[in-house]
Design a protein around this ligand. Structure first.
Ligand SMILES: Nc1nc2c(c(=O)[nH]1)N[C@@H](CN(C=O)c1ccc(C(=O)N[C@@H](CCC(=O)O)C(=O)O)cc1)CN2
Ligand SMILES: NCC(=O)N[C@@H]1O[C@H](COP(=O)([O-])[O-])[C@@H](O)[C@H]1O
Length: 198
């Protein structure tokens, strides 16, 4: 059984999709947020999943917050840490501690549209296809090795909300599958099996 800790900042709909997928070999050990009022925490608690929150505003700088966050996460002995709408940029120290066992889902077809407000920017640029990307997290924001992607056509009458809603459906399919592949040691990057630290 592989322990998974999921980090959220809000509703955590991707966390909910992963929990609901009931992935064989996976145990959702905890859901942790940087916001005590994150809607996803109550959802997880109602399903008997351990939850915790750590307010980044209570710490003097990113390094201090990330160190405390890692301490909280490690109490659950994670084999995999999943970012699901987690809205904090993580320090190199944190990312290195979870090398090759830290995933994120980003709402664009990386390397296009890194950062925030991806749907607004895609529509403003007039792209014909958008989508989402599951990737390993590295120190460089939204530039880690790509694990999986889903393509969503952009419609002429799309606004950001409509596009986001269609892409979110694909996220809720893509992310649980990527987590299941990690748990089953099926994940590859550019055809190479991912070698994880023990
Ligand atoms: N070192 C890394 N940290 C994070 C990565 C990553 O690839 N490397 N992915 C992000 C997730 N993300 C987009 O997918 C993302 C999250 C947050 C931000 C951001 O600008 N955050 C601001 C605060 C924004 C807010 O509180 O609303 C910040 O941290 O100052 C950009 C992209 C997760 N972390
Ligand atoms: N940079 C991270 C980011 O923008 N994540 C995005 O936040 C939305 C809400 O996620 P949630 O419903 O799982 O909280 C999702 O579209 C996810 O891709």
């Amino acid at each position: 059984m592989k322990n998974i800790v999921i980090l959220i900042s809000g509703r955590g709909s991707n966390m909910q999709a992963i929990v609901d997928a009931q992935i064989a070999g996976a145990r959702i050990a905890a859901v942790i947020s940087n916001k005590a009022d994150a809607e996803g925490l109550a959802w997880a608690r109602e399903r008997g999943i351990a939850t915790a929150s750590l307010n980044h505003k209570d710490f003097d700088g990113r390094e201090a917050f990330d160190a405390a966050l890692a301490g909280l996460i490690d109490a659950y002995a994670p084999d995999l840490v999943v970012l699901a709408g987690f809205m904090r940029i993580l320090t190199p120290g944190f990312v290195g501690h979870y090398e090759n066992r830290l995933l994120n889902i980003h709402p664009s077809l990386l390397p296009a549209f890194t950062g925030l407000h991806t749907h607004e920017r895609a529509i403003a640029e007039g792209v014909k296809f958008a989508g989402c990307t599951v990737h390993f997290v590295t120190a460089e924001l939204d530039h880690g090795p790509i694990v999986a992607q889903a393509v969503v056509p952009v419609r002429d009458d799309d606004d950001a909300a409509a596009l986001a809603a269609r892409i979110l459906v694909e996220e809720h399919r893509l992310y649980p599958q990527a987590v299941a592949d990690f748990v089953a040691d099926r994940l590859t990057i550019s055809g190479q099996r991912v070698l994880r630290r023990s």
